[in-house]
Write a protein that binds this ligand. Structure first.
Ligand code: AGP
Length: 607
């Protein structure tokens, strides 16, 4: 979950590397470093801490036009100056940066130490640069290729050598890497956002591929030196989309972007005249999908919560048995996948290691695999048989917001698309699609008067335990609300199906404990009012998310946040937003780093 950047061309490399690292910081931010190369040799500067620590350390006028940079999320070796990347071999000829885990690092380290090589750090990564140097005889590409044959694990790497000016060798297995193509220059990055300021022309590396880049040449080969021909693709995101645009945090910007993001997500896909959904990405597998006997949704974190809403949607609209699986469990559970099983991998980044492995497991067992993904060109998108993109634009805040509602909107469209081909009547489909079409404006209306969420956060942000309760489609929203609060404000919170309270968690309730209850109109409205009563009689403070116009609930809750009315299956698209804002304001009031919460990273590319 680190960020990698590289530049070779005519311009000074350092400003480009530092800017790229700032844009990659959401991937990992506990230490950073750069290696620059010119006739005077290798110049490496690295330090524990955020990018600004590195910027204070380094001479920002350094002239080199060739270099690599890294921002780290530590897995092996604490975030210290010595363990920061780049790592340099014992003879100071080669520097390397790495995203991933070298699993057989201990065995390789023992072998290299027996060769008399002294190690400087505790990291798994240093083993790789020492191994490359061990095989190096003036051809960096060959030495990297040779070393990688002895390595097990995952990697996205970039390597430079003191004696090979202008050359960067890159390789990928399990961690994303793209090459940016410019005039007389090439860039390298873990993510398009890091190089968008310089080019929108990119080449995506696949697993098992290497790249040799110089200012004027890009050569792709497999690990076995077989040449690879790959076209240049255009990145659809604009630079403006990855800027803060006046907001204090990317998370707040992305919360307020949801109306437009969902509008873009729905555009050209819902037909209000025909009452139909059109999903180009599913056309080639529609027959197989409609014959499916079982659907498995697999994901991690917030994407798993969206997948759980998807389970409810598929069972109600398509009437097909559907399960939601944590990818990290599914991949090792010897899952039963037979003919007619469809596996849908849901992921914002499209690079989450557990989700990728679950997808590979499903493919290997013969399932039809779909990807519901935000990042175009990402590995889940390229590895799944078919799929649907969210088109909600880049999501930079580590806490996922617009990708959650984007994932729910896409799963809702897929469910209606298949439902229409199975049991859903044209009228029911038209009602569903009309309600979906109103969501962006309903989001806008709610966001116009959302200040109340700040007051609620102010009142309870010093309480260390919160509960979130929901029923039906809003049970996954309760889970999501709790996750948002946990990951950015570090308050312990638990989301539950409201009826589960009586089976234990109700014992947690103390006087004034904040309990968020999603109590919007629906078949279980009376039941949820009973759950509110249970909380109140134990002294809990109820923060109710209710449907506009519901007067009855006012007398039952300390706070009532109203959201516009919509059909139950689509309520998660509206009820999740006040929970995003409450978590956001609580984190700000507690002085937390909202966009870069501790111990987290935007895309979890290691197991
Ligand atoms: C959510 O706010 C978190 N960033 C995290 O739980 C995230 O949803 C999870 O890591 C899955 O990421 P993905 O959607 O990119 O696969």
């Amino acid at each position: 979950m680190c960020g990698i950047i590289g530049y070779t061309g005519q311009k000074r490399a350092l400003p480009i590397l530092l800017e790229g690292l700032r844009r990659l910081e959401y991937r990992g931010y506990d230490s950073a470093g750069v290696a620059l190369v010119d006739r005077n040799g290798l110049s490496v500067t690295k330090a524990a801490g955020r990018i600004f620590v590195l910027e204070q350390l380094i001479d920002t006028q350094l002239p080199q036009t060739h270099g690599i940079g890294h921002t780290r999320w530590a897995t092996h070796g604490a975030p210290t100056d010595v363990n920061a990347h780049p790592h340099v071999d014992a003879t100071d000829r080669i520097a390397l940066i790495h995203n991933g885990i070298i699993e057989n690092n201990r065995a390789l380290r023992t072998y290299l130490e027996q060769q008399g090589i002294e190690f400087r750090s505790e990291t798994d990564t240093e083993v790789l640069v020492q191994l490359i140097a061990h095989f190096y005889d003036g051809d960096l590409e060959a030495a990297v290729r040779r070393a990688l044959h002895d390595v097990t694990g995952t990697y996205g790497i970039a390597v430079v050598a003191r004696d090979e000016l202008g050359v960067i060798i890159a390789a990928r297995k399990g961690s994303p890497l793209i090459v940016g193509v410019g005039k007389g220059e090439h860039l390298l990055a873990s993510d398009p956002a890091a190089i968008l300021a310089h080019t929108t022309q990119v080449v995506y590396l696949d697993d098992g591929e290497m790249a040799r880049i110089t200012p004027d040449e890009l050569r792709l080969t497999t690990l076995d030196a077989v040449p690879v021909a790959r076209g240049v693709e255009e990145v659809e995101w604009s630079l403006e989309q990855i800027e803060l645009s006046g907001y204090d945090h990317f998370m707040l910007k992305e919360i307020f972007e949801q109306p437009e993001a969902i509008e873009t997500c729905l555009r050209g896909r819902i037909d209000l005249t025909e009452g139909a959904v059109r999903l180009g990405g599913l056309v080639d597998c529609t027959r197989e999908l409609t014959r499916a006997k079982r659907i498995i949704l697999t994901a991690c974190g917030t994407a798993w919560h969206a997948a759980l809403v998807g389970e409810y949607l598929f069972e109600e609209l398509v009437r097909i048995p559907t399960e939601t699986e944590y990818a990290s469990e599914f991949r090792y559970r010897n899952p039963i996948i037979d003919d007619g099983t469809v596996v849908i991998a849901v992921s914002q980044s499209g690079e989450t290691a557990d989700t990728l492995a679950a997808l590979a497991e499903a493919k290997q067992r013969g399932a039809l695999t779909l990807g519901v993904v935000n990042v175009v060109g990402s590995t889940v998108a390229r590895e799944s048989d078919e799929g649907v993109f969210l088109h909600v634009g880049p999501e930079i805040g580590v806490a996922s917001t617009k990708a959650f509602t984007g994932q729910v909107a896409v799963l809702a469209m897929i469910a209606c698309y298949l439902g229409r081909r199975k049991h859903m009547s044209p009228t029911a489909a038209m009602q569903f699609i009309s309600a979906l079409a109103q969501i962006p404006d309903q989001m806008r209306r709610f966001l116009k008067n959302a200040e109340q969420t700040e007051g609620i956060a102010e009142q309870y942000c010093n309480r260390e335990n919160w509960l979130y309760l929901g029923r039906g489609y809003n049970y996954p929203v309760a889970l999501e609300g709790a996750l948002k609060l946990k990951e950015i404000s570090y308050i312990h919170a638990e989301g539950l199906p409201a009826a589960e309270m009586k089976h234990g968690p109700i014992a947690l309730i103390t006087k004034g404990m904040p309990v968020v209850v999603i109590a919007t109109a629906g078949v279980q409205y009376d039941k949820i009012l009973n759950n509110i009563e249970e909380v109140r009689t134990r002294g809990g403070s109820v923060i109710a998310i209710a449907t506009e116009g519901d007067k009855e609930i006012q007398s039952m809750a300390e706070h009532v946040v109203y959201v516009p009315d919509t059909i139950e299956p689509l309520q998660p698209l509206l009820t999740s937003i006040p929970l995003q804002l409450i978590a956001y304001h609580a984190a700000v009031k507690r002085g937390c780093n909202v966009d870069k919460p501790r111990n987290l990273a935007k895309s979890v590319t290691v197991e």
